[in-house]
Design a binder for this molecule. Structure first.
Ligand SMILES: [Zn+2]
Length: 574
């Protein structure tokens, strides 16, 4: 990745308007001098996501996500790193990207990537043109139009056709100045029988793009029943990595992030079928199951993934592997269940089918409980089979955090497998879960602070918002060691030294935003004082406990005295 020049980075930072970016995705309302909206990072009903008063950063009071326009570009818009975020924002706000001086080798690499991208894009356009014009593509056109896909939809997905001649693309590309190596590198040509030939021929072409809509490669389908492979993909390479790509992502992303969920189907035409039914937030995985990488990519835009795989055993296995791949990715998974033998691609072709499809998507159920039901049904009545099913289900549930969802899954497993009370206990024991109906945790990233953590945080946020005079009057009476959390200790030093939040090191920048958000006004003397007293009281309480347990009479007396003094001051006796 070539380095983008500092000048461009600064220009982008100045030009990128966070409110504009956020408004592209969510509706904001003005309240108490700030813009508020439903948080795109976690599920919620009452808006707790806001822009800070200067509108340079966002912050969510529910899940504590925070950041600036660059973070937004990465978390929500799909940029995979800082450089991409700069490029994306530059494009959005009309800034020309200039790269810093780089070595000739880096320069050549960058140029190669750019050329490959251009070649792939031109190839996609060429296939589209050929699909609509060529005589030999008539069958493909009839096939897709006959399945109920309209021209507008086929054009939106840039459906194309690769000529049968086997050299048409090579000829076209060489006229455009692309060499043989370029074509090979892009996975568009390969040597066959000592000759360079088009990699794809006589096939319907589905371009596969990254989150930003840049073509990375193709999926290609033949209509010839004599062809060995019904589908062929671009060869795996630096640009085309199946584990990372999702078909239709660039078209699905904005409605997915708006509504908070996305449907994942198995095939390209399934995605088109969903789009025909008005479900734009649909993608296809590039293999049979979703990979962890793909789930992470989806996590950037949504909190829920609705899996829509075939109703047969292969589909069940794919769903099972998807649930395993999702371990550690904070996403809710649900299953869209269609009647056996139909797929979204077919359903999207008729009005009835579209209604059926939409309903099935709306009624998606938690994936894990669906898997348990299906697995238990397959086990049947045999005790040995049921034992095996229980073992597999236990493994599956082990990957889930202790949650309402897992509790429900245990309940389903118990009833579907007809588990005795003692087997149920053993299952719960194996999962290390609490008693049924106990713990609840929402499927999001809400972080709970300890009571002490909250006291520390209040001191820091008020200290940050207070005038320099009030701040030093009270915070200077504290030492950094009073703060339990190492992060709080570091921030305390920054706050008391008067370092501006923009100058804070990256590892505490998020906390800085949160603290700025929490103090919604400039506090007066009493507020800061009270927060400091409360923290000191908590600290004294600890000293008292330690002194008691160690039998340290002197220490105990001293601490008790300090405590009563502080309490009196808190009451305002002094
Ligand atoms: Zn949130």
């Amino acid at each position: 990745m070539p380095r983008i020049s500092d000048h461009t980075v600064n220009e982008v930072r100045d030009a990128a308007s966070l409110p504009e970016l956020v408004r592209d995705r969510i509706q904001l309302v003005r309240r108490g001098g700030r813009w508020w909206g439903p948080c795109p990072f976690h599920d919620e009903t009452a808006p707790s996501f806001c822009l800070l008063p200067d509108e340079s950063r966002y912050y969510c009071f529910g899940c504590h996500e925070s950041g600036d326009a660059l973070d937004w570009a990465q978390e929500i818009e799909g940029a995979s790193d800082f450089g991409e975020a700069i490029e994306l924002l530059a494009e959005r706000f009309g800034i020309e990207v200039k790269y810093a001086e780089s070595s000739p080798r880096e320069e050549a690499q960058r140029e190669a990537v750019r050329q490959r991208g251009e070649l792939l894009d031109r190839a996609a356009s060429y296939y589209v043109e050929y699909f609509w014009k060529a005589e030999e593509a008539a069958q493909a056109r009839e096939y897709l139009l006959g399945r109920g896909f309209e021209e507008e939809l086929l054009r939106r997905f840039r459906i194309g056709y690769a000529p049968s001649s086997g050299t048409a693309l090579i000829q076209r590309a060489s006229k455009g100045g692309f060499g043989q190596q370029d074509l090979k590198d892009a996975g568009l040509a390969s040597a066959r029988g000592g000759q360079l030939r088009d990699f794809f021929f006589s096939r319907i072409m589905f371009p596969i793009a990254d989150a930003r809509g840049r073509v990375q490669g193709f999926g290609a389908r033949t209509l010839d029943p004599n062809q060995r492979a019904k589908y062929v993909n671009s060869p795996e390479g630096p640009q085309f990595r199946k584990r990372h790509l999702l078909y239709g992502l660039e078209l699905a992303r904005s409605s997915a992030s708006r509504q908070g969920w996305v449907v994942v189907a198995e095939g390209y035409t399934d995605v088109m079928g969903m789009a025909a039914a008005g479900v734009d937030a649909a993608v296809a995985c590039m293999g049979t199951a979703l990979t962890t990488e793909q789930l992470r990519t989806l996590r950037r835009s949504v909190g829920e993934v609705r899996v829509c795989f075939d109703g047969d055993q292969a589909g069940e296995q794919a769903a099972w592997r998807t649930a395993e791949a999702a371990r550690g990715v904070p996403l809710a998974l649900s299953a869209v269940q269609l009647s056996e033998g139909v797929d979204p691609g077919q359903l999207g072709g008729t009005e009835d089918g579209r209604a059926q499809l939409k309903q099935a998507i709306d009624n998606a159920e938690p994936l894990v409980t669906c898997l348990i039901r299906a697995r238990a049904a397959r086990a049947g009545a045999s005790a040995r089979e049921r034992d095996r099913a229980l073992g597999e289900i236990t493994d599956l549930l082990r990957g889930l955090p202790d949650s309402v969802e897992r509790d429900e899954a245990v309940r389903v497993a118990t009833s579907e497998l007809g588990l005795s009370r003692s087997l149920e206990e053993r299952l719960r024991g194996a999962l290390g879960s609490a008693a049924p109906g106990g713990e609840t945790s929402a499927p999001n990233r809400v972080i709970e602070l300890s009571p002490r953590g909250a006291l520390e945080r209040r001191v820091l946020s008020l200290g940050l918002a207070a005038s320099a005079e009030i701040r030093s009057a009270h915070l200077d009476t504290l030492s950094p060691e009073v703060f339990d959390e190492p992060e709080h200790r570091q921030v305390f030093v920054l706050v008391t030294s008067g370092t501006g939040v923009d100058q804070w090191p990256a590892e505490v920048a998020g906390l800085g935003t949160a603290l700025r958000a929490e103090a919604d006004h400039e506090p007066n003397n009493e507020e800061v004082q009270e927060a400091v007293y409360r923290l000191q009281l908590d600290e004294l309480q600890r000293r008292i406990s330690t002194a008691r347990s160690e039998g340290d009479e002197t220490g105990l007396l001293e601490a008790l005295q300090l405590q009563s003094g502080l309490r009196a001051r808190l009451r305002g006796d002094e």
